[in-house]
Write a new protein. Structure first.
Length: 310
């Protein structure tokens, strides 16, 4: 690392070569992932602002974060209710939840986008934030499947843009994939990687290719799982049991699909089908499309491949 990049300057970066550790984070999207990323960032001392579309949605996110924290502290501070409450209060004290994205980025060192898996919506958001955020602010997308470069083109800060792909549920999964595009500066990449580690994750680096690492390998597995069930070779339940007991997975493929969200899964598969229409892996799935058409998105709506107590 060059001498200049070793100089940490508090506040605004004074030149393209210098960067400060990320302290203030804005997360756009407070759903499954945004709320989880907010939780781990706030519980590791970062100042976090979370944004979503309505007050009702952010209120629900706040409740979801508190519920998750109550599960975490039972393991972190067994038989110590005071420490449990202090940890929850400290974490929530680092969190602000609101509905105005523009004001939320005014003092951000990092903006992490975790909104709907739709390229046009992501581009529109980042174009707006690019005008509002300070010059030093780094942008990152938590997208599952969209090339980061295709999102970054909506901004004028390709050198300060990357991908931070967290895994669901964020408080439990130890990995974050850090993705750079050709324009990503060394300082930006280092800041993103340092942030991933600062929130307690193991970071891996990968190119900005379809599915990064994990999802690229999950797709064949999950696609073939659905095809296997659609062919009637085995039931969804038996496929899940088989993969948990036979392959040691914590969840079977259908449990995981419901856990991730069938709406998100469909966004991912449709996007890859559009970009690579002849690839047999990315052909539309009848059972998936039927469930999504019926607004059965899995755990988040109470019904997907399985039914859940809401
Ligand atoms: C044709 C269509 C094909 C599809 C094509 C496209 C596919 C594209 C690729 C897939 C989608 C990609 C999505 C994304 O980009 C990438 C991902 O995120 S993939 C998902 C990765 N995650 C997993 O694989 C999760 C696997 N599951 C687990 O690790 C565990 O099951 C679990 C979720 C950790 C739950 O643990 P369990 O032991 O199983 O069960 P419990 O629920 O009892 O939990 C035990 C214990 O853990 C703590 N805990 C669990 N959840 C939370 C939480 N959310 N917050 C806090 N703490 C939690 C807690 O202490 C629990 O104890 P308890 O509280 O229950 O006493
Ligand atoms: N679900 C997973 O397992 C998972 C894992 C890793 C990455 N991802 C990716 O993370 C992103 C979010 O996925 P999710 O599962 O959290 O989705 P989600 O549907 O749970 O949450 C998305 C949130 O974004 C909000 N939103 C949509 N448009 C917005 C806008 N313009 N401004 C502000 N908020 C907006 C929605 O109101 C919603 O609350 C997607 O890109 C997805 O591919 C998902």
């Amino acid at each position: 690392m060059s001498f200049s990049s070793k100089i940490f300057v508090r506040g605004l970066a004074t030149s393209a070569k210098q960067w400060s550790p990320i302290k203030t984070v804005t997360i756009i999207g407070s759903g499954l992932m945004g709320s989880g990323i907010a939780q781990v960032a706030a519980s590791t001392g970062h100042k976090v602002t979370v944004v979503d579309q309505t007050q009702d949605i952010v209120d629900k996110a706040s409740a979801s974060i508190k519920k998750s924290l109550s599960r975490v502290v039972k393991k972190k501070f067994p038989d110590d209710p005071k420490a449990q409450q202090t940890y929850i209060a400290d974490t929530m004290g680092h969190l602000t939840l609101q509905t105005d994205a523009v004001s939320a980025v005014k003092s951000a060192d990092l903006v992490v986008e975790a909104i709907v898996e739709n390229l046009d919506v992501k581009r529109k958001l980042f174009a707006t934030l690019d005008e509002a955020a300070p010059q030093h602010t780094v942008f990152a997308s938590n997208t599952s499947s969209i090339p980061i470069k295709d999102i970054a083109v909506a901004t004028k800060r390709g050198d300060r843009f990357g991908g931070l792909h967290f895994f669901n549920p964020v408080p439990m999964m130890k990995l974050v994939e850090v993705i750079r595009i050709p324009e990503t500066s060394e300082e930006t990449y280092n800041a993103l990687e340092a942030f991933g580690k600062a929130v307690g994750k193991k970071t891996v680096q990968c190119k900005d290719e379809k599915g990064f690492i994990v999802n690229r390998l999950l797709v064949p597995y999950m696609v073939e799982s659905i095809r296997l069930a659609e062919r009637g070779d085995a039931s969804t339940r038996d496929i899940d049991v088989a993969m948990k007991l036979g392959a040691g997975y914590p969840m079977g493929p259908f449990e995981l699909l419901d856990y991730v969200g069938l709406d998100t899964i469909k966004f991912i598969l449709d996007g890859w089908h559009e970009s690579d229409p002849t690839n047999p892996l990315f052909q539309p799935c009848e059972s998936l499309n039927k469930l999504v058409k019926e607004n059965k998105f899995g755990m988040k709506t109470g019904e997907g491949f399985y039914s859940y107590d809401k």
